[in-house]
Every structure is written in C-alpha cells, then in structure tokens.
Ligand binder design. Structure first.
Ligand SMILES: *Cc1c(COP(=O)(O)O)cnc(C)c1O
Length: 355
C-alpha cells in the first residue's frame, strides 16, 4: 500500500480558509410554508426566483441510485472542466507543484495546469497500443507531483486503459490519481468508482455531456472519498450548478433507461461506421474505440480534413497531437449523419492517386 494521506496534499491556504456561508447553506429545507426573507431574493414566484440548492441534493440522490454510490461522496461542477479546476486549486500549490498526464490526452488538463501555474509533465503512451508507459510515469514523479491524470477511455485515442496499469499506478503513487471517465458508458469495462472505497487516492470524473446527451446544461461529476469531496465543497462557488441545469438533469436522469437505449444505438452505429471505414482506400488505420468516437490514420489529415469541411462535414484533425500524425477523430453521429460521412469519404477515395 502507498503512503497517501489527504492532509499532506491539501494546500495550506485551503486547509486554513473558511468556506463562504450562503443563506441556503444555513437553512436548507425548502418548505412552501416557510417565509424566506434571508437571501435578498425577489419574492415573486417565476419558478427561478430562488437560489438553487448549493449541494444539489436532488440531483445527487438520483445519481446515487443509478450509480450505486453514496451521495456525500459526489461533487457536481459546471462541466467536468470546473471539477478539474477545483482539484487543481485544492491540491496544487502554484509555481511549486507539478502534475503528470498521459499524452496524447484531453487538452483541458494542460490548460488548467497552466492557468493554475502548475507544471505539466507529459508521459507519452506506448505507440503500439496507446497504453501508459508506467516506468516513464514514475521517472517523472517527484516530491512535488500531486496528481496523475488518466483518461479512460482516452480522448483522442479511444481506448480504455488496462485495469492492471491503473492499479499499479494507484498503488505506487502517493498523490491523487484522477481517472477521467467521460466516455465510460460506451465501454465494456466497469467504472473505477466502486474501487474508491479501497483506494482513497482515486478520483473518478464523469459528465452528462456525452452518453447522457446533456452537453448544453454543463454538468460534470466527481466521485471520491468523503474527505476529498468535503475539501472541494468548501472551495467551490456556492451556487455553481444553476437551477435550470439541476431540473433538466433530474428530468433526464429519472428516465435512465432511455439514456441506456440511446447509448446502445450509438455503440451499434460506431460498429457500422468502423466497418464502412475499412473500405475507404485512404484510411490507413482504424484504432479500436471504447468511446463514441473513432480515431483513424489517413494519408494526409490536413487535406482530408479540409475536403470534408468543404462538403459541410466537421470532424477533428488531431495530426498535431503526440503520436497522432495524420490522425482524424470522428464522433459517431446518427445513422443518417454517418451515412453522409461515408458517402463523401467514398467519393473522395475515388480520386486517390489521381492528383
Ligand atoms: C468531453 C470530455 C469531458 C467533458 O467535459 P464537460 O466539461 O463535462 O463537458 C471530460 N473529459 C474528457 C476527456 C472529454 O473528452
């Protein structure tokens, strides 16, 4: 077992500070019989005149049931981006600490590290299977390394990180391991959230932006030990999840079977798309995907990307990412959208070699 101790990694100013105490913190029960004259709200009821619940208990209750996870170990953010930013601010001392992340991976980790003046150390994935190079990661760890970011399934490569690799990292590292599971609902593997009770240095993040289909409401989720969630609750903006977002999340999550059905459809469409891509002559490689997107290597990513834009189809050019030369990332769309993409790719492939 490792030497992880939450008290060793909380920033001293965070440990010392007192949280802002909002009106709704001090008095939480919303009961129609009460007269609320405590928060300087407008008294005229339009459905949104009251501040939202700062702890979003109704949303967390539903999530807790769906995910079989205690409500007091859940933290919600204005997208995963806010959740990740809060982690930096709670645990990483500016101009002193560093974090390590696999590369290529999600771009926000380095943006947030830069914003918080935290050194960002990249550890390249193995080229052949896009799995982490554990020896390399631990060569980069020093006394000021507070967090390791593992995105699984990884964006943009699409593959889940093998359980044994994550386990070894979690066991060997004395800081926090952040497992970003934005795409876990599309994968065959189970989430790491149920391991949190055994590994208190694990933080799992998920989001309603992908499989749940609610990118527009901005709701990111963090699952961790109660100690970690308590620290983050202390420093988060009090009303970070607005009332409209909470209501919509409750509405959609209350009908979770529909979400599961839609996820199955997307996975099915991914398989169709994968198969169709094998027949496009300039597609050199199709990387296996546990997510709702497919990474492909083509003959010339810039050229193919531009050709698709001209035809009104927008995908993501990842050619500048580490290990992703001439790679494009395609999000799985509806059957019709995927059909359109394939039709155009076929058209374009007819001209291969003629220029
Ligand atoms: C899309 C995505 C997210 C989601 O971010 P939100 O701010 O919750 O929309 C998180 N992590 C990764 C790796 C992603 O690709």
């Amino acid at each position: 077992m490792n030497q992880f101790n939450i008290n060793n990694i909380i920033r001293p100013n965070v440990k010392a500070m007192k949280a802002y105490s909002s009106a709704r913190d001090e008095f939480q029960e919303i009961n129609d019989d009460f007269v609320f004259l405590d928060a300087n709200e407008n008294p005229f009821n339009n459905g949104l005149n009251r501040y939202p619940d700062p702890l979003q208990r109704n949303v967390k209750t539903i999530l807790s049931e769906i995910k079989n996870f205690p409500t007091n170990q859940i933290l919600l953010g204005n997208g995963s981006d806010e959740v990740l930013d809060l982690i930096f601010r709670a645990f990483c001392e500016p101009n002193q600490d560093n974090v390590i992340a696999i590369s290529p991976s999600y771009g926000m980790y380095s943006v947030l590290a830069n914003l918080n003046a935290i050194e960002y150390r990249k550890s390249l994935l193995n080229e052949k299977d896009f799995q982490p190079n554990i020896d390399d990661i631990f060569e980069k760890v020093d006394d000021n390394t507070k967090m390791i970011f593992l995105c699984s399934p990884n964006n943009p490569t699409g593959e889940i990180i093998k359980r044994d690799s994550i386990l070894e990292i979690v066991n060997r590292f004395n800081g926090l391991v952040i497992i970003d599971e934005a795409y876990i609902d599309f994968a065959n593997e189970t989430s790491w959230m149920q391991e949190i009770q055994n590994y208190p240095n694990v933080i799992v993040t998920q989001t309603l932006s992908k499989a749940v289909g609610l990118a527009g409401i901005r709701l990111g989720i963090l699952y961790a030990s109660q100690e970690i969630v308590d620290v983050l609750n202390k420093i988060k903006p009090p009303y970070n999840i607005n009332q409209l977002t909470q209501l919509k999340a409750i509405e959609i999550l209350s009908n979770y079977n529909k979400v599961i059905d839609a996820t199955k459809l997307i996975i099915q469409q991914k398989n169709v798309l994968e198969k169709a891509l094998t027949e496009i002559s300039f597609v050199k490689k199709i990387y296996p995907s546990d997510a709702n997107f497919i990474l492909i290597k083509v003959d010339n990513a810039d050229e193919r990307y531009n050709q698709l834009v001209e035809k009104g189809i927008i995908i993501r050019n990842r050619t500048k990412d580490d290990l992703c030369e001439n790679c494009l990332r395609i999000t799985v769309g509806t059957e019709e959208e995927n059909g359109k993409l394939i039709e155009i790719l076929k058209l374009l492939s007819v001209y291969v070699g003629k220029f």
